[in-house]
Design a binder for this molecule. Structure first.
Ligand code: UGA
Length: 453
């Protein structure tokens, strides 16, 4: 079992440290934020991630996982994983200064042959750049790219049961040493050059974002031609060459990764003299979804004096309290600017949301947010929203517009209850004038009707 360090106790660093100690390695996690460090010492995690606290507590207790702010602890390690943020700069490029700072802080304590493993998402060529730094060369250190593919909400599972482990190295020996750290996993190990590993990470996120933006474009066509984008997604997803994941239309993608990485990849393209019109369109379509939603809501309440819009869901996706890049928050901000009173609810993210958006009316229960509202936006598909008592909601809302930003509600039922249901591309369920939606087609013999829904 190896001795290793992980720099950064954020979402990627903490998951990496906890899971590597679960593999049996002895891990020192280095965190420079004193408050965070004190919290970790007391078993208090800075993020919520299913299964993470249990792993951290277990391995802090058995001594395999330790937290410190002290870089001298690098001296006894064979590997240092760097898992620090690479935020967007004004121009969209990724700011790698925290990564470089971490490298400079560790060099003086590193023993020859130590492997610097870069987990942070970095522009292509960053690993080569670090490997070429005089102090890195002088100290005889290796640099390996080992990108993460962790989704918030399932990060521990994604680390312990990955689709693949990517190792980008300039020597087979360094790649083999890092590969051995993952020996207990039943997953393909893909050993490649550093630049391909770095580009693969961006490409994965950009491709997933592209699928969503593409389906969002299709959703508008579906509305125009009276088709159903969910049905279309299911049909195309049944093609094994395409697959069903990340085809859900709606308000689009948020979070701390897709927006940053699509911009950063565009910037990598531009700085290397390449045109990247697809990436530009993918980003623009995502912005347009939010504008489109805001316009629909404003249209619905324009004629009303002192209108109230309720936004359900502020987390960028369900099962997280992260509001970075959240569509719900962005739309709430836009509505506020237009003089609309905005009431919001989120089962989990309201503390984080209230830090960025203090001027809205936070409600601790969705019914209270909806009471007297003229329109409702469902912005995050938390399960509890689909299970609301819609009869009660219809009685207490002042207006009847429901904009289903995640195509997650039963539009047919809502229309029957008298709501004016709007979605992103479920034309059959939309009922523009508050009338019942048109009927679903009858299934021909041998075809299940459910498959037509
Ligand atoms: C994403 C990637 O999925 C991870 O593989 C990657 O490691 C991570 O970024 C990262 O770079 O660190 P995450 O940001 O946690 O993970 O979120 P996703 O589950 O990928 O969802 C991103 C956004 O797409 C969410 O706002 C979600 O609501 C939206 N989405 C997802 C859709 O609008 N439609 C879909 O069909 C799927």
């Amino acid at each position: 079992m190896a001795q290793l360090a992980v720099v950064g106790a954020g979402y990627v660093g903490l998951v990496t440290a906890a899971c590597l100690s679960e593999f049996g390695h002895r891990v020192t996690c280095i965190e420079v934020d004193e408050r965070r460090l004190i919290g970790l010492g007391a078993g208090d995690l800075p993020i919520h991630e299913p299964g993470l606290a249990e792993l951290v507590w277990e391995h802090a207790r058995d001594g395999r996982l330790q937290f410190t702010g002290d870089y001298t602890r690098i001296a006894g390690t064979e590997f240092v994983f760097i898992a620090v943020p690479t935020p967007s700069r004004e121009d969209g490029s990724a700011d790698t200064s925290y990564v470089l700072q971490a490298v400079h802080s560790l060099i003086t304590h590193a023993r020859p042959g130590l492997v610097i493993v870069i987990k942070s998402t970095v522009p292509v060529g960053t690993g080569d750049g670090i490997a070429g730094l005089a102090p890195v060369l002088d100290a005889g250190l290796e640099v390996v790219s080992n990108p993460e593919f962790l989704r918030q909400g399932t990060a521990v599972h994604d680390f312990l049961e990955p689709d693949r482990v990517v190792i980008g190295a300039s020597s087979p020996e360094a790649a083999a040493r890092v590969a051995r750290l993952y020996a207990s996993l039943d997953a393909p190990i893909v050993a490649v050059d550093r630049r391909s590993a770095e580009l693969a990470k961006y490409t994965a996120n950009a491709l997933l974002a592209t699928r969503i933006s593409f389906m969002n474009e299709i959703s508008h066509i579906a509305t125009a031609v009276d088709a159903d984008v969910d049905v279309v997604a299911r049909i195309v997803g049944m093609d094994r060459r395409i697959g069903p994941a990340f085809l859900r239309a709606g308000l689009g993608w948020g979070g701390s990764c897709f927006p940053k990485d699509v911009l950063a990849l565009s910037s990598v393209a531009a700085s290397n003299g390449c045109r990247a019109p697809i990436l530009k369109a993918v980003y623009e379509i995502n912005e347009l979804q939010r504008e489109h939603a805001a316009e629909l809501l404003l249209d619905a309440v324009r004629a009303i004096q002192d209108p109230i819009v309720a936004v359900l869901g502020l987390a960028f996706k369900p099962n997280t309290d992260d509001v970075r890049g959240s569509p719900g928050l962005g739309i709430a901000q836009r509505l506020l600017k237009e003089g609309v009173t905005v009431r919001v609810h989120d089962p989990f993210a309201f503390v984080n949301a209230s830090r960025v958006l203090p001027d809205v009316d936070y409600r601790l229960d969705p019914y209270s947010a909806l009471d007297g509202a003229d329109a409702l936006l469902l912005a995050t598909e938390w399960e509890e929203y689909a299970a609301l008592d819609w009869v009660l909601v219809r009685e207490t809302m002042r207006g009847k517009t429901v904009l289903d930003g995640r195509n997650a509600l039963n539009g047919v039922l809502l229309a029957e209850l008298g709501f004016r249901y709007r979605s992103f591309g479920r034309a059959g369920q939309n009922n523009e004038n508050g009338t019942a939606p048109h009927e679903h087609p009858i299934a021909p013999p041998g075809v299940s009707e459910a498959s037509l829904r």
